[in-house]
Design a protein around this ligand. Sequence first.
Ligand SMILES: O=C(O)CCC(=O)C(=O)O
Ligand SMILES: [Fe+2]
Length: 373
Amino acid sequence: MDDDGRIHLQSFLATIQDLSHDPSISSSKSDMHECTSLSLMKSLGSYREIKTSFDLKHPPNQTSNEWNKELAAFQPSDPLFQDSVDDHEDYLLPTSFGRKQKLTYPRKKVKTNHLFSAGHSFQTTPFSLILPRSIESKCKRSGKKQVEIKNSLGSSYLLRSGMVLLKNYLTLSNQVDIVNKCEKLGVGQGGFYQPGYQDGAKLRLQMMCFGRNWDPQTKYDEDCRHDGSKAPPIPDELILLVKNALQYSHSLINSEDELPMMSPDVCIVNFYATSGRLGLHQDRDESSDSLSRGLPVVSFSIGDSAEFLYDDKRDVENAAKILLESGDVLIFGGKSRHIFHGVKTINPNSAPLPLLKQTMLRAGRLNLTFRQF
Ligand SMILES: O=C(O)CCC(=O)C(=O)O
Ligand SMILES: [Fe+2]
């Protein structure tokens, strides 16, 4: 396929959107099962396992075989799009403080097996979050129907003591602003790079920091950047968003003991291509004061959605799994500050189209984690 890949992606998405409004499409089947409450959780809701399966039918003007062939052949040329699309996935989500939550769009999973890969590289230097101009203009011309992003505050979940998920908390305009800020700061000195370890193993993501540099090998050593660059300050608007999200969480759980307030002075910005991932780990390089007080990590997700794992131990098989979508804010502090967590997969083609249209964000997921050192 030629460099037209992005157009195909847009058409593919638009087709799915069209189909979802087509009565001939078989309705999504959704059944929910009670799941045992975890003892760690306080009384603000109960966990439920939500199983959602999808049965996308072929468009009326195509036979099922033609449609399946087209789906199977879908393989855009941008290296950042090159992942195989396979089965649908089940997600574990709690109820929204008692209400059942239904997931209503097709999920895709990326086939990748390694958390880290030595020398894995999709590097263009400098790395840009934004699609190249040639692809951008083709996208704009395609003129396909866009899906509205939800602007109202979504549901909120207490996942366990000290761990809160605010669905769709960031507005479209917040998300656009964050992408633009990260792009501006990410392409220059001190911007995105693919971090790794001394032995040559690389993380499967691009990273940069605000406030203070952090690196998997050198931790919070300010001199970790080979170009000697210092981390730019965290933009004020982002600090405000973090504090508002924490305050909002306090209004939900009625307790600052469970989730202490913090004032972010570090932000790690990760960008995952659709083949990106991050192994289960603990965030434990902040100061002992910050860690012992359980000062929370506040995480913003933008772009393609991700399967996020968390557990008390490093146990990928048994870890709880949630879907983090564009606009979601996840907070873990207090008793959950030391959870193991990681990103299992990025779901291709799952970013909101208005966000892509306004930012030309490339395929993948932008994640910002704010901490107080
Ligand atoms: O991308 C995410 O959701 C998690 C990122 C993370 O855990 C980290 O940067 O330490
Ligand atoms: Fe982390």
